[in-house]
Write a protein that binds this ligand. Structure first.
Ligand SMILES: Nc1ncnc2c1ncn2[C@@H]1O[C@H](COP(=O)(O)OP(=O)(O)OP(=O)(O)O)[C@@H](O)[C@H]1O
Ligand SMILES: [Mg+2]
Ligand SMILES: [Zn+2]
Length: 246
């Protein structure tokens, strides 16, 4: 008896259309409230929301940010002073342009402790949150070491190189720290930048060197490609780390 279904006409609480609502014979209070179309639509929306949350989490994990970097946002970057404010606007505008399909590169350069890594990570996280893009954030020297170690251990670097070449946005932190790079490092850097250049994939470089000093010392093939279409922000002001009053 308990499994017998009874039906009656109801108005769907979502779309208002009349449908045959079912209930169990001994639970007449529990007639269905939504038509099949609305039930299916709700289920699909829930599935899509779950998939989006999972995708954002997966892509956020791919950034491999340190605990300190995870705390960096545009909102907690202090813009009371003119120069940091201007730099922050350049990065924010780059984000807006990237979301609109602009393929320019971005270079943040200048004094230590001024917030290049802060804004670089804020940018990377915003792109992950606001779009479906794959973003990678890597410290340059550590990455080169990672590739070298993989080579030495005869592990495949194919996947790593492929992800660096093909991700939608690549952020390299601490570029140019090694003042005397091996030809091997130079070739790896060129291989990545050249692939990205050929496929209109934007790259962000964070560095301490002044842009002219970097351009003079870096592989000209890399410099030419990065600077062809680039937004520049000069962080030439006092370190935030050593401020008494923040
Ligand atoms: N304008 C700012 N508002 C709030 N915090 C800031 C600001 N500028 C820098 N900081 C903080 O100061 C610290 C140093 O900043 P960050 O590491 O981004 O500097 P950097 O320019 O990358 O330095 P380096 O060239 O040495 O790598 C971080 O903890 C960062 O969050
Ligand atoms: Mg830094
Ligand atoms: Zn309905």
């Amino acid at each position: 008896m308990s499994n017998i279904l009874i039906t009656r006409k109801e108005n769907c609480i979502k779309c208002g259309s009349v449908f045959q609502a079912k209930a169990l014979f001994n639970d007449k209070e529990k007639f269905e409230e939504m038509c099949v179309t609305c039930v299916a639509r709700d289920r699909l929306r829930n599935d899509q929301e779950r998939a989006k949350i999972a995708s954002t989490k997966r892509r956020m994990d791919m950034l491999k940010l340190t605990p300190r970097q995870q705390g960096h946002t545009f909102d907690n970057y202090n813009i009371r002073e003119q120069q940091p404010s201007k730099c922050c606007s350049i990065v924010r505008n780059f984000l807006a342009d990237f979301k609109n399909g602009n393929k320019d590169n971005l270079v943040l350069y200048g004094t230590t402790g001024t917030g290049k890594t802060h804004l670089g990570t804020a940018l990377a996280k915003s792109v992950v949150n606001d779009t479906n893009s794959i973003v990678l954030f890597r410290e340059f020297t550590a990455l080169m070491q990672e590739i070298k170690t993989a080579w030495a251990e005869r592990a495949s670097t194919h996947y790593l190189m492929k992800s660096l070449k093909e991700c939608d946005l690549l952020v390299f932190d601490e570029v140019g720290t090694n003042k005397n790079p091996h030809i091997w490092d130079k070739n790896i850097f060129f291989e990545i930048i050249n692939h990205r250049y050929e496929h209109y994939l934007p790259t962000v470089l964070l560095m301490n060197d002044d842009i002219d000093a970097w351009a003079e010392r870096e592989d000209p093939r890399v410099v030419d490609r990065i600077l062809e279409n680039v937004k520049l922000a000069a962080f030439n002001f006092q370190s935030y780390r050593r401020r008494s009053e923040r």
